[in-house]
Design a protein around this ligand. Structure first.
Ligand SMILES: Cc1cc2nc3c(=O)[nH]c(=O)nc-3n(C[C@H](O)[C@H](O)[C@H](O)COP(=O)(O)OP(=O)(O)OC[C@H]3O[C@@H](n4cnc5c(N)ncnc54)[C@H](O)[C@@H]3O)c2cc1C
Length: 749
């Protein structure tokens, strides 16, 4: 039987004695210090002289930091599989992905019965374990939103909730000896874990034949199943038989198991620190070296093996085997896929998500993606309203890992931020310096999407758009070159990045000059807006008349029967003086009957700390329409009231702009509609109905901010960019991205 080419792994097998409860823990810590990959404990819950294995593993996990922990093997008849799955996932999460699960059908049936275990005869253990594996994997499949139903002979789950997902893809190793259990290992296991002491010469090879046959019959690659062995021996001065002798003899004894039987994990059963140390220092490295040598000369296939279920979930048109080595890649069948497939607003089903760790990897990822005839999406924080940072069957380059926030120069308040940072993290990093950078109203939004489009934020009227603070950007262009864009280098690109960046490349870092901002006044006021049109008009006029230290955002929803229309105002006053804050807010408070009010003096970072760390779980298609407008005229306000009354809009937001935003010349950045005082957006759940009601508002707008629209049609581009701006963008696009690599987002052609 050939070597399966998997990386070698060494573990220890420690007796969980409770006579000196600290002793197995100390040996586990020693295992970690000595560089073992794994520490394991037998599981005999009926044995009064042993510590309970789960409790011990949890304790050990808390006291170690790198070593993996596993039972050897877990007694499933005494451990209900659904509970085992949750315990395993929990320990994996708590230990940072260090738990591996080896299971067995239990050895001593009279003892299992005595402990109230499942009533079975030993022969039925295989079928029960078979079902248990389905239960365990079913619970771990947290991305599957259907309830888990298993109508087995031994286990019945009638709509169990799934989850949590473990931190890593926990392997399921099976302690098997007899053919039926070996066949189960071949069909469903990730590893075979026998003890060599129970095998006769030739048994390992025979076991491999059974496993491989069952694996192939199930459509699996036999390499998916790691071959393992519990071993025991004694170091001695001279050769005294198998694994009794000097270190060199151990290496000679173990090498054929690797090369002929494919064993890649050896677990040393010993509670003797000296034996553990000698094995770790003399046997393991020498064996690794010998195996490396033999594999090189034999040309053994050592490529990472993917599960058959992962291969089956692959999408057409992507050469998965050519994904650049080193770039983290998540496929549809991978454990982490549920957390990266969708965006905040839109459900997605990409064929591959690449998560580069630095600019060089972004270049590699882009080169790879360009060779695949599928859609390409670029994602930073995944909050794009259009949801174009995911797709169906295409590739997503997710730069979320490029999220560093650095202070470059305190004197000039210059910072560098990665596109994957979120605005709440940026705000938190700047707060100790007494600085802030106006971004938006939601802390979970990513830097990459917002800082390439505009950035209409809570400090906008006082400090301008986010892009107005951009002084330099590093951009990976469609041809793979990495360029700097600022006032001196590539000034055209620098101009374009500030408002139309998504069309020109992947921005891998942003340098901003930020402002001094102390504590701010943050008001959340809710009004009875029964006279919606009157309220909108008066609010608009009040905001326009306010000093620019006030920025106010308005939110309304669909009408609720029997309740007044409610308008919520979220307003920031860039002042730490309570009297100034009250003075600015008073005209707003007088607009209509106040239903609720809260005014706080707090750091800008606290205003932005309003998002969770949950992975995105958007579903379906978002529908949003938007426009930029100079004044909230009576005509516009009446049209907006009628639109809200239709019930076809469930979220209506108006953000004030103007003030410092209008200080910048319209042709200074690709974001050109500087004279607009308001950005308006409406979200509906039905695109056609939303379009119908939006039509009545459309004629009032003078422009569009792309970040709030989902309509990809060509007219939106002419709304977003005045003629001269669009002509300049088109000319630049034809030079920098002639093949239109970056097209899946308001495409400039
Ligand atoms: C709840 C919520 C509140 C919001 N509030 C505001 C607000 O107050 N003010 C405001 O201005 N906007 C706001 N937005 C809109 C938001 O700014 C944009 O949707 C922005 O694009 C999101 O950035 P992201 O990186 O999170 O999005 P992603 O979905 O990751 O990216 C959006 C698009 O930007 C492009 N892109 C992303 N990263 C890069 C990159 N590194 N280089 C080049 N192009 C890239 C891609 O084309 C991508 O499709 C809000 C959005 C949401 C969901």
């Amino acid at each position: 039987m050939p070597d399966y080419g998997l990386p070698l792994q060494f573990g220890t097998f420690i007796t969980p004695t409770n006579r000196q409860p600290e002793a197995p823990v100390a040996l586990a810590k020693l295992s970690e210090q000595l560089g073992f990959d794994l520490v394991t404990f037998q599981d005999h819950p009926y044995q009064p002289s042993f510590l309970d294995t789960w409790t011990l593993m949890t304790w050990v996990a808390a006291q170690t930091s790198t070593i993996h922990i596993a039972p050897n093997v877990l007694n499933i008849p005494l451990r209900p599989p659904a509970v085992t799955a949750r315990a395993a996932a929990s320990l994996d999460l708590l230990s940072g992905g260090r738990f591996d699960l080896a299971i067995g059908a239990g050895g001593f049936w009279d003892a299992i019965d005595a402990m109230g275990g499942a009533h079975r005869t030993p022969g039925q253990g295989v079928e029960a374990l078979d079902e248990a594996i389905d239960v365990i994997r079913g619970i771990w499949a947290a991305g599957d939103r259907t309830p888990l139903r298993i109508d087995g002979e031994y286990y019945h789950l009638h709509g169990a909730k799934r989850g949590p997902a473990p931190a890593h893809d926990i392997p399921l190793w099976i302690g098997a000896i007899k053919p039926r259990m070996l066949r189960l290992t071949g069909r469903k296991g990730d590893g075979w874990l026998p003890s060599l002491a129970y095998l006769q010469p030739g048994d390992y090879a025979r076991g491999n034949d059974v496993i491989d046959g069952a694996a192939l019959a199930a459509g699996r690659d036999p390499r998916e199943i790691r071959r393992m062995a519990n071993i025991g021996g004694q170091f001695a001065g001279s050769n005294g038989g198998f694994l009794v002798g000097p270190s060199a003899q151990w290496v000679d004894d173990l090498l054929p198991f690797v090369l002929d039987d494919g064993v890649a994990t050896f677990i040393l059963a010993s509670d003797d620190p000296a034996t553990m140390q000698r094995f770790a220092e003399e046997v393991a490295p020498a064996l690794r070296e010998a195996v490396l040598r033999e594999r090189a000369s034999a040309g053994t296939n050592t490529a990472t093996v993917k599960r058959a279920s992962v291969l089956a979930a692959r999408r057409d048109g992507i050469d998965y085997d050519a994904v650049p080595a080193g770039v983290a890649a998540i496929e549809p069948g991978d454990l982490g896929f549920a957390g990266v497939r969708s965006t905040y607003m839109r459900g997605g089903s990409p064929g591959l998500v690449l998560r580069p760790a630095d600019t060089a990897q972004v270049v590699e990822a882009l080169a790879f993606a360009k060779r695949q005839p599928v859609a390409l999406a670029v994602r930073s924080g995944g909050h794009g309203i259009s949801g174009r940072s995911t797709n169906d069957g295409g590739i997503v380059i997710d730069v979320g890992a490029l999220n560093a926030i650095e202070i470059l120069d305190e004197a000039s308040r210059r910072i560098r931020v990665g596109p994957g940072a979120r605005w709440m993290d940026v705000a938190a990093a700047l707060e100790p310096y007494g600085w802030a950078l106006s971004s938006g109203d939601y802390g979970g939004v990513g830097v990459g999407g917002l800082a390439t489009a505009g950035g209409i934020g809570y400090l906008g009227r006082a400090h301008g758009l986010t892009i107005d603070h951009l002084v330099s950007a590093e951009v990976v262009l469609a041809d793979g070159s990495v360029v700097t864009a600022n006032a001196d280098e590539n000034p055209d690109l620098f101009w374009a990045v500030r408002g139309a960046g998504a069309n020109f490349g992947i921005v891998t870092s942003f340098e901003f000059e930020v402002d001094e901002v102390g504590q701010v006044g943050f008001a959340q006021l809710a009004f009875d807006a029964t006279d919606t049109a009157g309220f909108l008009e008066n609010w608009g006029a009040t905001v326009e008349a306010s000093p620019r230290d006030l920025t106010s955002f308005l939110i309304m929803g669909a009408p609720r029967s029997g309740q007044p229309a409610v308008a919520q105002l979220l307003t920031v006053v860039d002042s730490d003086d309570p009297d100034t804050i009250i003075e600015r807010l008073q005209p707003l408070a007088d607009l209509a009957p106040l239903l609720q009010q809260s005014v706080q003096l707090l750091p800008y970072a606290a205003v932005m700390a309003n998002a969770s760390d949950e992975p995105h779980a958007g579903s379906g298609e978002p529908y949003s329409r938007s426009g930029l407008i100079e004044h909230l005229t009576p005509e516009f306000s009446r049209a907006a009231e009628a639109m809200l009354a239709s019930g076809d809009v469930h979220f209506f937001a108006i953000r004030s702009v103007g003030g410092a935003v209008a200080d910048i010349a319209p042709d200074a950045t690709a974001y050109a509609h500087r004279s607009a005082n308001f950005s308006v957006a409406a979200l509906g759940s039905n695109g056609e109905r939303l379009d119908r009601v939006w039509r009545e508002l459309y004629g009032h707008f003078t422009g569009l901010y792309l970040s709030f629209d989902t309509d990809q049609s060509a007219e939106r581009l002419t709304d977003a960019f005045p003629e001269a701006t669009l002509a300049r963008l088109r000319e630049l696009k034809s030079r920098l991205d002639p093949q239109n690599t970056f097209r899946d987002n308001f495409n400039i052609v």
